[in-house]
Write a protein that binds this ligand. Structure first.
Ligand SMILES: Cc1cc2nc3c(=O)[nH]c(=O)nc-3n(C[C@H](O)[C@H](O)[C@H](O)COP(=O)(O)OP(=O)(O)OC[C@H]3O[C@@H](n4cnc5c(N)ncnc54)[C@H](O)[C@@H]3O)c2cc1C
Length: 621
C-alpha cells in the first residue's frame, strides 16, 4: 500500500482500557492483519487492520491516495485514529468528507468481521446508558466552527461563563482545515504589506455587488471590525501573512479581490488556528461539549431566548439555561431539502455537517428568514463515476482539461458561456449554476492528443493548480468512460444519444463554436488565446461536471449587533446568530462577491461581534 496513513494504539489510554472488554465480548477474535476495501468518492479505499493478541484493534492503515486531495486524504488519518482510540466503528464521519469516511468505516467493518468481531457491537448498535443533564451559563453557543469559536472567545474575555455545544466529535467545522484565511481591511498586516484599500471602498463594493440588497449596517460592522480582528487573534497566538499575489488569474487586475486576503500561518499544519484558540479557551474555563446537538431553543413567556436543549451522544438530554444564546451552525449546505428549495437544483456538491439547525431554531423562535439564496458557489468537479477505475481523474493530469477554457455545453447540448470563467473559481460555479449545476466539457480526439504532447492553453492556476505531469490523455479519457463519468461517441450524434442531449442542437452549437475558433472571434466574448481547440475529429468525449458550494451564506435576519431580528428588524431578546447562519451581508445574490476571504472574514467577525453583544446582555447591559 503506498501513501498509507497508519494509526497505532500503543500509547492510547482509552484504547487500552477498552481492549480487555472487547476481547472478552468478542471471544472469537483472532489476532492478525486483515485487509478490505470499499468505494470512496473517487477511488477504492483500502484498509488494513491489525488485531493484537489481546483482541484489540492495534492499528488501522488506510490507503486513500485516490481520494480528494486536501479533503478525503486529510480525513483518512482522522477516521483511522478515531477507530483505534474508540476501539469501535461508532465514529463520526469527518465533516465534508463523509463519503471517504464511510468508505473507511465500511472497509474496516469488513476487515474486522473477517477477524471475528461482531460488527454490530462495534458500530454501537447496543443502547447506551442515557443520562439527562442541566447546566446554567451566561452565554450558550451552538457550533464550534469559526463563528462559534470567536463568539466564545469574545464573550469569555468579559468574564462571562460560556458553554459551547458541537454536534461532531471535533471542533472547527468547515472552518478548521479548509479555509485558508479571512479578509481584513486596513489591518496592520495590510499596512505592512503596503496595501492601501480603504474600508469605505470595500463597503461600497459589497453594496454595489448586491445592488444594495446587502444590509449596509451589518456589512459596515463586519468590514470596519475586520482589521482589528487580525491583531486580536494575534493575542490568542493565531498569526497571518498577507497574500503576496492573486492565486486567481481573473483577480490579478483588481487588488481589492486579493489584497484583503490574510492567510493563516497555520494553514495546512497539523494544529489549525482554531485548535490554538480552543486551547486558550479551555485554559480560560470555557466548557465544550462534543457530540452534542442543539435541537430547540427555550423561550420565556415574553419570547426572550433563555437557553436551548441539546441531545447527547448517550441519547440523554442536555438542558442549557443561558442569559444569551449564539447560534453558529454553519448554514444548510448539507440539507438536501433546503438546498433544493432555495437553489432549485440538487446538482450542487456541499461540504460539512451543516444541516440548517441554527436557522430552523431561530425561525421557530420568531426570527425572520433572510438571504437564503446566498451561497459560496465555488468551482466544479468531475461527477463521480458509478464504477471504480484505474485513476482518480480529478487529481490526475486529466484535471488540466477541467481547468482549461474548452467548449462547455449544458445537458441539452447548448453552449452557454464564455469559458474564460474558468479563471475565476466563483464564476466557474456561477456559470454552471446558470444551467442547473451540471454541464459537459466537450473535447475531441485531436484535443486530447495535443494535451498528451503538452497543451499551450493557459490553465486555471488557483488552489494548487492543475496536475502538469505528462500523461496519455486518451487513456485517461477511456478510463473515465469505464468509470461512467465521461461519455464517448464516434460521432456527435452518438455522443448526444449517450448523454441525452439533442443531437441537432449539439451539432449546431459545435459548428458555431468551430467557426468562432477559426475566426478567433466568439459571440460570448472568449479571448482569442482561448479559442484554440475546435471540436472536429471523433471520437468525441463529454466530461460530466458538477458545481460545488463551500457553504450557504444566510438564513436568519440579523442586525449589526448580530442579534436575530424579526422581519421589521426588531431583535428577538437573548438570541444572536453568526457565520453561515446569519443573513444580510451578501444580499441574496445567489453567489457572493468573489473577494478572497470574504466568508471566513464574515464568520470570524460576525462571531466576535455576536460574542461581545451576547456577553453585554448577560451583564445586564
Ligand atoms: C473547502 C472549503 C474551503 C474554503 N475556503 C475558504 C477561504 O479560503 N476563504 C473564505 O473566506 N472562506 C472559505 N470557505 C468558507 C468558510 O470556511 C465558511 O464560510 C466559514 O468557515 C463558516 O464558518 P461557520 O462557523 O459559520 O461554520 P462551520 O465552520 O461549518 O461551523 C459550524 C459548526 O456547527 C456545528 N453544528 C451544526 N449543527 C449543530 C447543532 N445542531 N448543534 C451543535 N453543533 C452544530 C457543525 O458541526 C460545525 O462544527 C471554505 C469552505 C470550504 C468548505
Amino acid at each position: 500500500m503506498k501513501r498509507i496513513v497508519a494509526i497505532a494504539a500503543a500509547a492510547m489510554l482509552l484504547a487500552a482500557g477498552m481492549g480487555g472488554c472487547l476481547s472478552g465480548a468478542q471471544g472469537r477474535v483472532k489476532p492478525g492483519k486483515y485487509e478490505a476495501s470499499s468505494q470512496g468518492i473517487s477511488s477504492m479505499v483500502k484498509v488494513e487492520v491489525t488485531v493484537d493478541a489481546k483482541g484489540r484493534i492495534a492499528e488501522v492503515a488506510v490507503d486513500a491516495a485516490g481520494e480528494t486531495n486536501g479533503i478525503g486524504q486529510v480525513a483518512a488519518p482522522q477516521v483511522a485514529k478515531a477507530i483505534v482510540e474508540s476501539q469501535s466503528l461508532k465514529v463520526d464521519a469527518v465533516s465534508g468528507a463523509t463519503k471517504t469516511s464511510s468508505a473507511i468505516l465500511a472497509a474496516a467493518g469488513k476487515a474486522l468481521a473477517a477477524a471475528g468481531f461482531d460488527v454490530g457491537t462495534l458500530e454501537g448498535r447496543k443502547a447506551a446508558q442515557a443520562v439527562d443533564e442541566e447546566v446554567t451559563v451566561d452565554v450558550g453557543i451552538v457550533g464550534a466552527g469559526a463563528a462559534g469559536t470567536m463568539a466564545a472567545a469574545a464573550a469569555s474575555e468579559t468574564g462571562a461563563k460560556v458553554l459551547i455545544v458541537e454536534r461532531t466529535n471535533g471542533i472547527g467545522g468547515v472552518s478548521k482545515a479548509w479555509a485558508g484565511g479571512p479578509f481584513a481591511v486596513e489591518s496592520s498586516l495590510q499596512k505592512k504589506a503596503g496595501y492601501d484599500i480603504k474600508k469605505e471602498a470595500v463597503l461600497q463594493r459589497v453594496l454595489d455587488y448586491s445592488h444594495y440588497i446587502a444590509y449596509a449596517p451589518l456589512a459596515k460592522a463586519i468590514i470596519y471590525k475586520s482589521g482589528s480582528t487580525i491583531d486580536w487573534l494575534g493575542g490568542y497566538g493565531v498569526y497571518f501573512h498577507a497574500n503576496p499575489e492573486s492565486p486567481q488569474l481573473a483577480h490579478r487586475d483588481d487588488p481589492m479581490k486579493w489584497q484583503l486576503y490574510c492567510w493563516y500561518d497555520q494553514f495546512g499544519k497539523d494544529v489549525a488556528a482554531l485548535d490554538i484558540v480552543h486551547a486558550k479557551l479551555k485554559e480560560r474555563g470555557v466548557a465544550l461539549r462534543l457530540q452534542t446537538t442543539a435541537t430547540d431553543l427555550i423561550q420565556d413567556k415574553d419570547g426572550a431566548v433563555t437557553g436551548f436543549i441539546a441531545s447527547k451522544a448517550d441519547g440523554g438530554k442536555l438542558t442549557v439555561h443561558a442569559k444569551s444564546v449564539v447560534l453558529a451552525t454553519g448554514g444548510f449546505a448539507n440539507n438536501k431539502a433546503m438546498m433544493a428549495e432555495n437553489f432549485h437544483t440538487e446538482k450542487i456538491t456541499g461540504f460539512g455537517e451543516n444541516y440548517g439547525d441554527g436557522a430552523r431554531m431561530a425561525w421557530k423562535a420568531g426570527a425572520a428568514r433572510w438571504d437564503l439564496q446566498s451561497s459560496l458557489l465555488h468551482g466544479s468537479g468531475i461527477v463521480a463515476g458509478s464504477k471504480p477505475g484505474k485513476v482518480a481523474l480529478s487529481m490526475s493530469p486529466f484535471n488540466q482539461i477541467t481547468r482549461s477554457p474548452l467548449m462547455w455545453v449544458d445537458l441539452s447540448g447548448n453552449r452557454f458561456c464564455n469559458e474564460d470563467a474558468v479563471y475565476d473559481t466563483a464564476y466557474t460555479a456561477n456559470v454552471g449554476y446558470s444551467v442547473g449545476g451540471s454541464y459537459y466539457i466537450l473535447v475531441d480526439r485531436a484535443t486530447l492528443d495535443d494535451y498528451t504532447k503538452g497543451s499551450r492553453i493557459t490553465m486555471d492556476p488557483a488552489v494548487g493548480g492543475p496536475n502538469m505531469a505528462k500523461a496519455d490523455f486518451i487513456a485517461l479519457a477511456e478510463d473515465g468512460v469505464e468509470q461512467g463519468c465521461i461519455a464517448k461517441g464516434a460521432s456527435l450524434a452518438e455522443l448526444a444519444r449517450q448523454t441525452g442531449m439533442d443531437p441537432a442542437r449539439l451539432e449546431a452549437n459545435v459548428k458555431e463554436y468551430n467557426e468562432a475558433v477559426a475566426a478567433k472571434r466568439d459571440p460570448y466574448g472568449k479571448q482569442a488565446a482561448s479559442l484554440i481547440y475546435p471540436v472536429v475529429e471523433g471520437p468525441f468525449y463529454a466530461v460530466k461536471m458538477q458545481i460545488s458550494t463551500l457553504g450557504t451564506l444566510g438564513g436568519v435576519r440579523v442586525n449589526e449587533r448580530l442579534e436575530a431580528t424579526d422581519a421589521s428588524l426588531r431583535p428577538i431578546p437573548g438570541l444572536y446568530v453568526a457565520g453561515g447562519d446569519a443573513g444580510g451581508f451578501y444580499g441574496n445574490t445567489t453567489t457572493y462577491p468573489p473577494y478572497e476571504g470574504l466568508a471566513t472574514g464574515f464568520a470570524l467577525n460576525s462571531g466576535r461581534i455576536a460574542g461581545e453583544s451576547a456577553a453585554e446582555r448577560a451583564r445586564g447591559k
